[in-house]
Design a protein around this ligand. Structure first.
Ligand code: FE2
Length: 382
């Protein structure tokens, strides 16, 4: 049986400490990709996102093209370089397609930046007002693990589409009222860091952004015969933003985290978890649209009724679709993991449906890990 995660005590409910850097949520995730036009088509057709804005030569931006996609409260920005000499081109050369920016919405980007830098964050872009025809947008950027950054965004004085330099687009493929595949919001964004670096980044999120530790999974909890990883889950003061940090642990063979680090060229975002209120319908739709998911061995479902008890979803549908289920004292959750969404074995997605559980699917880690390793072995990297 797997250990349940240890939880930090957290602040007393009567006197919460002042949050030195209050965050409203994730504003957008920006990916640097080799071909943003094609990536946008993939996310629209396979994931059900809708194109809402574009920036590029047609909007007088010469060096890059960006597509803004939305579904529920999730906003993705896909950006490509238009020439070889830029940070975007360099990023894609080293990392392949990946998450560059986990942008955080704030009331005051200058105040957030100054508070973060005063607590040790490395500055990337000083607070800047970007003027547009429909108001102005305030941005400032700090560095996180690897080449990943956090941009603080204050859009309270901007009424235009996404940001100055972007033009509104009406998606010819996905209608405005199209619910997509039922994805609602970002649940968590997981970072992979080098062996021995997890606690440094846990400390970074605690010290710089005022996050606290929600859960800790050690290598005993997340291991197979061959390899292991360790993970700590950090969350912001409001509980809306969760950033787990993984590092590889010693095993007989190469950890899946090491494989990621090798192919990504260093630390970066491993997976993005997206919430669905109807995971069975969402996964059914995504499978029909061509998304591949990790294969879960049939044995996983044999004792599932004993482990999970009464749930609202039919177990045969979960098994048919490869959806995992886990229960703790507070409730249950359903989750599934896609295969990688680019040729390098790096970024993938999780779809998750919550029914009150707090435990982050600890009971599924073993099944997930075995499934990931089977994929890793097929690539000849285990
Ligand atoms: Fe996850």
């Amino acid at each position: 049986m797997l250990e349940s995660p240890t939880r930090s005590p957290g602040p007393a409910p009567t006197a919460p400490p002042a949050d030195h850097l209050p965050l409203q949520g994730i504003d957008y995730l920006e990916f640097y990709v080799g071909n943003a036009k094609q990536a946008a088509h993939f996310y629209r057709t396979a994931f059900g996102f809708r194109l809402v804005a574009y920036s590029g030569p047609e909007t007088k931006v010469r060096e890059r093209a960006s597509y803004v996609l939305e579904q529920g409260d999730i906003r993705l920005v896909l950006t490509s370089a238009l020439g070889p000499d830029s940070d975007i081109a360099r990023h894609v050369l080293i990392h392949g397609d990946g998450v560059k920016d986990i942008a955080l919405r704030v009331d005051d980007a200058a105040a957030a930046f100054e508070a973060a830098v005063a607590r040790g964050a490395e500055p990337v872009m000083e607070p800047t007002w970007i003027e547009g025809q429909k108001g102005r947008l305030q941005k400032a950027t700090i560095r996180s693990y690897g080449d990943t950054v956090h941009t603080f965004v204050n859009r309270s004085q901007y009424q235009g589409t996404f940001a100055p330099g972007f033009g509104r687009r009406d998606d010819p493929l996905v209608a405005k009222d199209d619910p997509g595949v039922g994805l609602r919001r970002v649940d968590h964004v997981v970072g992979n860091v080098e062996l021995g670096a997890m606690d440094r980044w846990v400390d970074f999120y605690a010290r710089v952004l005022g996050f606290s530790q929600l859960a800790h999974f050690d290598d005993e909890a997340i291991s197979t015969e061959y390899s292991a990883l360790m993970s700590k889950v950090m969350q912001d003061g409001s509980g809306k933003i969760k950033f787990p940090i993984n590092e590889p642990a010693e095993g007989k063979r190469k950890s899946q985290i090491e494989e990621y680090l090798e192919f990504y060229g260093g630390p970066g975002v491993q997976h993005v978890a997206l919430v669905s209120d109807d995971i069975v319908a969402t996964v059914e739709a995504m499978r029909q649209r061509g998304i591949g998911f990790l294969t879960i061995p049939g044995t996983y479902y044999e004792d599932l009724p004993q482990r999970i008890g009464e749930i609202d979803q039919p177990l045969d549908a979960l098994q048919r679709l490869g959806i995992l289920a886990d229960r703790d004292e507070d409730g249950y959750l359903l989750q599934i993991f896609t295969k990688g969404v680019q040729d390098r074995p790096t970024v993938f997605y999780e779809i998750i449906e919550w029914h009150g559980a707090q435990g982050f699917g600890a009971g599924n880690f073993k099944a997930l890990f075995v499934a990931l390793e089977a994929e890793q072995a097929r690539r000849g990297n285990l």
